[in-house]
Structures are given as structure tokens and as C-alpha cells.
Design a protein around this ligand. Structure first.
Ligand code: T6T
Length: 327
């Protein structure tokens, strides 16, 4: 058994035990596709998890084109092309809008393709009692908790007082809005911390840089920034560095890209929260195989955990292995 498999949650181990016996490596009737949210290091690592599972189980998984930008107008046409193939049993995907991707994915299901959501969810994510219940499962981070962890770290770094800015991406995406909610919940416990603004860059790093520069102009005494994903955090880090405020404004970066880690090592970023996209991709494939094999007890909600990376542990292999490595 490989190290990767050992690291998986127990439910996954159960699936590992069941799936190979029931699905033969030669079973070419099982057709799975992976459709990511956007071209970025997070989803490239998720793709590695997908490919590792495919290799471990001796199957092929089709990796769809990576959407060039974030949004339904980029993801939906790729989904339409997948639906047009007419041969897919499962699509593992990160829907780019909680509402906007419901109908297109429901249509895929109506055509006989089951849906597994990774990283982001549809509706409110409660696939048992919520408004959307058709996906097999949501496999991803507990982003509300991730937001709490991030902003408690900011609160601690700024000594429990000062102005904080949330640099966000899109208001209709479950992952980043969960992070914002968790951040607000955490900071509510600090009467001397004020959230001065929250802005949405639509997943464009250059916009994140411009927005953060503008906020620094209006609030030169800004104490902390929560960058909710790759593009927000890298953009905020760049703006703070350009303003010569590295180390003075405390930035917490969600997503452990190489760039975020560089900023951490240079003292421009205080803490980096690494998600586990590899696990999301791997488990997505396992869940498809298990469902195909007839497993009917798959959990509707699986959380994949975090690694909290800071200047003290960044070189420790136990933490460094969660930095998003993309060749
Ligand atoms: O933060 C990840 C992902 O979790 C989020 O849903 C969208 O942005 C990223 O892909 C990072 O760019």
C-alpha cells in the first residue's frame, strides 16, 4: 500500500478495500471525467490526486479542459461538451457557482451521469436536507472552519486590535464565501478589530493587487489582510510588498502555492493555510468507483483537512508536503 493511501481517511480505506474487487481494471464500461474550476495550482494538484487514483485502480479518468477563467460562462461550455459525449457515468467537478451550475449538472444527471462535487458545493452543501440533493457527495475543505483558523491567526498576529481587510473572489462560490463567514465569526470575538472592507476580484490576481493597493491608500494603518484563495492572497501579498509594508501588514494566505510560500519565507505573509486538493481528487475517483460497485453508504459530506504552514514549520517535510507542487 502506498504512503498516499495510508494517509487517507478511514472511510476511504473502506472504499479502497471494496472497490478493486468489484471493478476490474479491464472494465472499460466505467467512464469518469474530472472537470476542475479553473486553471490554477490548486486544481492541478487535484488533478494529480485524480490521476494517482486512476493509476492505483488501473482505470482511465478523462481530464476535461481546464477553464481559463472562473465562472459559469467558462465552465458550462466544457460541461456541455462532456455531456455531448453521451458516455459518462460520473463527472467529478468543482461547480463554479452554488446556484448557476445546478441546472447544467442536473441535466447531466438526467442524461445518466452521476455527479460528485469536490472543493465547492451546490446549494447550501447539505445534500440530505438542503435545496440540492442530487450529487453523490461533497468532498472538500470545511471552509468556514478554515476561515476561522485564518482570522484567529490574523487576530493573534495583530495583537487583537486594528483594521482588517478581506480580499475575496466571487460572492456566489461556496468555498470562498465559507471562508469569509468563518473569518467574520472569528473576528466578532475581538471588539477592537474592525473589518474595513471586503472586495471581490473575480479570481483575477491583477484586480486583487489593484484593490489591495487602493485599500492601503484609504487605510494606511491597515493591520491585517485575509486573502481567501490563490489569486486573492498572492495579489494582496504583492500589493503589500510593493507598498514596502511587508511584515507590517499581517497577511494570512489561503492556499499553499509556491508563490505564497515565497512570500511567507520573505516575511510578507504571516501564515499559509494549505488545503488538500490531492485528497479531494483521489477520493472523488474512489467514490465514483465505489458507487459504480454498488456501495450505497457513501457519506454525503467528507472534509479533507488542512495543514497550517508558518515560518517555523515551512521546511519540515511533514508540512512542506502539502505545498502545492506543480511541475
Ligand atoms: O482556493 C481554491 C479553491 O478552494 C476555491 O474554490 C477556488 O480558488 C482556488 O482554486 C484557488 O485559486
Amino acid at each position: 500500500m502506498t504512503r498516499r493511501i495510508v494517509a487517507l481517511v478511514s472511510v476511504a480505506l473502506l472504499v479502497v478495500a471494496i472497490a478493486p474487487a468489484a471493478v476490474s481494471a479491464q472494465d472499460d464500461e466505467l467512464n469518469i471525467a474530472f472537470l476542475p474550476g479553473v486553471e490554477d495550482p490548486f486544481y492541478r494538484v487535484m488533478e494529480k490526486g485524480v490521476q494517482a487514483a486512476a493509476e492505483d485502480f488501473g482505470i482511465d479518468v478523462q481530464v476535461a479542459q481546464f477553464p481559463a477563467t472562473w465562472g459559469t460562462s467558462a465552465q458550462d461550455p466544457i460541461l456541455s461538451a462532456l455531456k455531448g459525449q453521451g458516455n459518462l457515468d460520473y463527472i467529478i467537478t468543482a461547480p463554479v457557482s452554488t446556484e448557476g451550475m445546478v441546472a447544467p449538472l442536473q441535466e447531466a444527471l438526467d442524461q445518466g451521469t452521476k455527479i460528485i462535487t469536490v472543493d465547492t458545493f451546490l446549494g447550501d452543501g447539505d445534500y440530505i436536507n438542503g435545496p440540492v440533493t442530487f450529487p453523490i457527495s461533497y468532498i472538500g475543505s470545511d471552509n468556514v472552519e478554515g476561515g476561522r483558523i485564518s482570522c484567529n491567526a490574523i487576530a493573534e498576529a495583530i495583537g487583537g486590535a486594528g483594521k482588517v481587510y478581506i480580499q475575496n473572489t466571487n460572492p456566489d462560490v461556496s468555498s470562498v464565501m465559507g471562508r469569509s463567514q468563518g473569518c467574520r465569526e472569528a473576528l466578532a470575538a475581538y471588539p477592537d478589530i474592525e473589518i474595513v472592507d471586503e472586495q471581490f476580484n473575480l479570481d483575477v490576481e491583477a484586480t486583487a493587487v489593484q484593490q489591495t493597493e487602493a485599500v492601503l491608500q484609504v487605510h494606511p494603518d491597515l493591520a491585517g489582510i485575509f486573502g481567501v484563495n490563490v489569486f486573492s492572497a498572492q495579489g494582496a501579498g504583492e500589493a503589500v510588498k510593493n507598498a514596502g509594508l511587508g511584515g507590517e501588514v499581517q497577511i494570512v494566505a489561503y492556499d499553499a502555492t509556491q508563490r505564497a510560500i515565497e512570500l511567507l519565507k520573505n516575511g510578507d505573509v504571516t501564515m499559509v493555510l494549505a488545503q488538500k486538493p490531492f485528497d479531494m481528487g483521489y477520493l472523488g475517483v474512489e467514490f465514483a468507483m465505489a458507487d459504480w460497485a454498488g456501495v450505497s453508504s457513501l457519506p454525503k459530506h467528507v472534509t479533507t483537512g488542512f495543514a497550517i504552514i508558518n515560518a517555523d514549520n515551512v521546511d519540515d517535510p511533514e508540512y512542506a508536503r502539502f505545498i502545492y507542487q506543480v511541475e
